[in-house]
Ligand binder design. Sequence first.
Ligand SMILES: Nc1ncnc2c1ncn2[C@@H]1O[C@H](COP(=O)(O)OP(=O)(O)O)[C@@H](O)[C@H]1O
Ligand SMILES: [Mg+2]
Length: 260
Amino acid sequence: MTRLLQVSALTRRFGGLTAVQDLTFDVGEREILGIIGPNGAGKTTAINLVSGVIQPSGGKVVFGGQTITGLPAYRLARKGLVRTFQSTTVYGERSVRENALRGAYLSLYPGFFNTVFNSAKARKMRARTEDIVDELLAWLSLTSVAHAAAGSLPYGYQKTLGLAITLASRPRLVMLDEPVAGLSAEEADHIRDTILKIRSRGITVIVVDHNMRFIKGLCDRVLVMNQGHELAMGSPAEVLANPKVIEAYLGRGHAAAHTN
Ligand SMILES: Nc1ncnc2c1ncn2[C@@H]1O[C@H](COP(=O)(O)OP(=O)(O)O)[C@@H](O)[C@H]1O
Ligand SMILES: [Mg+2]
């Protein structure tokens, strides 16, 4: 498999605390990599480092053969590497379509509103963006709610809208931080199916969660983190059978809650 992302010895300190230490892994083109681990393991910090939201204290990140270590998030987004934020989701009183369009403008044409408002070029960009968004809404089965106020929809739809906004930027690699947190089992299954569909479009996915059941049904490989370190890496079956992983979860009273 072609390597899309290579992370070497990535490290981030916050004062005296090392949140991520010597993390090394790679992700293949069109792979779905899961990152799991107990609370505070460094999962969110790891994806914030890779996506340029925060800067590393050490280490190296290569994306599509280019060294991208330390580049800011907006430059990485233009190269096709993005992470989702829950807060991109919604202006509750605006429609799903308006929310998606706004997200698409921001990601496709940063600076759009300051520069070319109302020119012929702007009209062309607008039409093109509307096409992209309408196609995405249809693809994600959101057309029937496109004109509903986003805030009136069940939380699961709002999460899917968050994915639509991210996809509008045409990414090659998306990173999702706990995409099913707070969802029912049924809604989580829907998000899992949606992530599989995203991959079927040729997009590579890194998904962070602490729900084993969700990760097991979704990921090709799983990186398990504990206290900033890699604890294990392998197929879902391999890592779930790994005594070190079982101990890290059982030791903190996690296993019963998250394996079924
Ligand atoms: N901005 C920050 N400043 C100080 N400490 C932080 C910051 N972000 C995260 N941490 C600490 O780093 C560790 C890892 O956090 P995080 O990456 O959020 O873990 P996870 O996502 O696995 O729950 C935690 O101990 C957390 O308190
Ligand atoms: Mg986190």
